[in-house]
Design a protein around this ligand. Structure first.
Ligand code: ADP
Length: 500
């Protein structure tokens, strides 16, 4: 197939820097109309690494208008699924080609170790690759009608313009997981990244431009004041769907705001993942799983394990091995090669963890290691911590820590631990280690979460549906379910057919 001229990507070997400080609306690189900017800082040392436009609802409206125009433009609406797929492949190729620079940007603005940023580039771009493939298989159906002279045709239509709001902990992967599915479905996008990490999204926008994705199809606006923009996304009849990842509180707020227009809303919110180690578990493996599940991005991920339950008969061995590994973690700025634990994202996050720990201390919690800020490393570092004997009313036990703190508890029976694990309003991820096949099925079925990791501490991948139940959200991202959030089922009844 010949790719139409306007779809060819501009140049696969652009040499421009991806450190950009203007927003991207309708294929143009823009400042805020009033000239306002806000600073982006490296959380490892709080140095300013860039200033980006502090846009208002006026620019958000402009981006929505551009996305609406682009949605109906023949260059987007009438291209084939194969051409859409090709554009996403172009984008994927460019992201891979510029992976090292993208990883530097992620580490600079989000603080995670460079090795994790590289993993995020691979993980994030895998959604673009996956949805480039899925774009060609968003199929309809023909259903047998009960009427002799009719056919029932089912089409999958794109929902239209989608507003994306994303957090700072995966500045690349969360934008791409949403945007790639939306574009594969034929939607157009206005993305509003976190005020802490806007630079990665701007770099992705530049690569989308080079990839040949038409003007207005993928827009990125930057702003230091999210609420009015969120309100506009929810109240504008031109925005057909909202896809949000972030706190449960803001997710609920957006859901309420979208009720007026019965808007499509998909929400990936906070978790409170249990991590259970049964008596048959391979202890070394479970410690390895605990480390990766807890300490990735300094514990600042929504699928991080939050409540650790270890069977009493292996508890001491597990704790001894875990403590040795936690104490060996290398802490420092993400740019340093050996570093495994970077800073927290901002002062609010540090304050939150300190207040959790203060509350825990007042309830006679035992601190096995850590439990303090590491001011000598930088303003936002917190020591990897293990605490035990935690009162079940402690905030750190009930709420998502979102930091490098392991909360350990003993249990005696399977029934007891499943009840304790499910005793949460959240239901995103859950993990357990067991070599007992019967128990594996029993417990996996009983855990009230959207995703279960069995003998594994890290399970996210493009092929699998990511999402939660209860207050952890609505909808699924990635996998072939991912396009459901961005498509409508349309029924066409074809009548008057003469078959005899
Ligand atoms: P986190 O605690 O992970 O920063 P938030 O839910 O506060 O989670 O932020 C996630 C994203 O939501 C960010 O892009 C932020 O700017 C945006 N946001 C925060 N408050 C609102 C709001 N009221 N309406 C819309 N977006 C918001």
């Amino acid at each position: 197939m010949k790719i139409r001229k306007f779809l060819r990507h501009k140049s696969a070997s652009q040499k421009h820097s991806l450190w950009l400080t203007q927003a991207y609306i309708d294929g143009k690189w823009l400042d805020a109309a009033n000239g306002a900017k806000f600073e982006v800082r490296n959380p490892a040392n709080l140095e300013v690494i860039g200033s980006v436009p502090d846009m208002t609802v006026d620019e958000a409206q402009r981006a929505i208008d551009a996305a609406t125009k682009a949605f109906y433009a023949p260059e987007w609406k009438f291209i084939t699924a194969r051409e859409r797929s090709q554009l996403l492949k172009n984008w994927y190729g460019l992201i891979a080609q510029h992976g090292a620079e993208l990883a530097d940007i992620i580490t600079a603005e989000c603080g995670k170790p460079l090795s994790e940023s590289r993993e995020e580039v691979a993980y994030g771009s895998s959604f673009v690759e996956w949805f480039a493939e899925e774009a060609r298989r968003i199929d309809g159906q023909i259903i047998a009608s009960s009427m002799a002279n009719q056919e029932i045709l089912i089409l999958r239509d794109p929902i239209g313009v989608v507003g994306l709001i994303t957090p700072w902990n995966f500045p690349m992967a969360l934008v791409l997981r949403k945007a790639a599915a939306a574009l594969a479905s034929g939607c157009t996008v206005v993305a509003k990244p976190s005020e802490d990490t806007p630079l990665t999204s701007l770099a992705l926008a530049k690569l989308s431009e080079w990839a040949g994705i038409p003007a207005g199809v993928f827009n990125v606006i930057t702003s230091n004041t999210a609420p009015p923009i969120g309100e506009l996304f929810c109240s504008s009849p031109l925005v057909n769907g909202i896809s949000f990842t972030g706190s449960t509180e803001v997710g609920k707020h957006l859901f309420r705001q979208s009720a007026g227009l019965l808007k499509r809303v998909s929400l990936e919110l906070g978790g409170n993942a249990p991590f259970i180690v049964f008596e048959t578990a391979d202890i070394a493996e479970s410690v390895k799983g605990a480390m990766v599940s807890k300490f990735r991005n300094s514990g600042q991920t929504c699928v991080s394990s939050n409540r650790f339950y270890v069977h009493s008969c292996i508890y001491d061995t597990f704790v001894e091995q875990l403590k040795a590994q936690v104490e060996a973690l290398k802490i420092g700025p993400g740019q340093d090669k050996e570093v495994q634990i970077g800073p927290l994202i901002n002062a609010a996050q540090l304050k939150r963890i300190e207040s959790f720990m203060k509350d825990a201390r007042q309830r006679h919690t035992r601190i096995l290691c850590g439990g303090k800020q590491l001011a000598d490393k930088g303003p936002l570092f917190y020591a990897p911590t293990i605490i035990t004997d935690v009162d079940r009313t402690a905030r750190i036990y009930r709420e998502e820590v979102f930091g490098p703190v392991i909360v350990l508890a003993k249990f005696e029976t399977e029934d007891e631990v499943v009840r304790r694990a499910n005793n949460s309003l959240r239901g995103l991820a859950g993990y357990f280690y067991s070599q007992d096949l019967q128990q594996v099925f029993r417990v996996a079925r009983q855990l009230e979460v959207g995703m279960v990791g069995v003998n594994v501490g890290l399970m996210s991948q493009a092929e699998a549906p990511f999402g939660g139940i209860k207050e952890s959200g609505i909808g699924r991202e990635g996998s072939h379910y991912g396009v459901d959030e961005f498509t409508e089922v349309k029924y066409i009844c074809l009548g008057g057919l003469k078959y005899d």
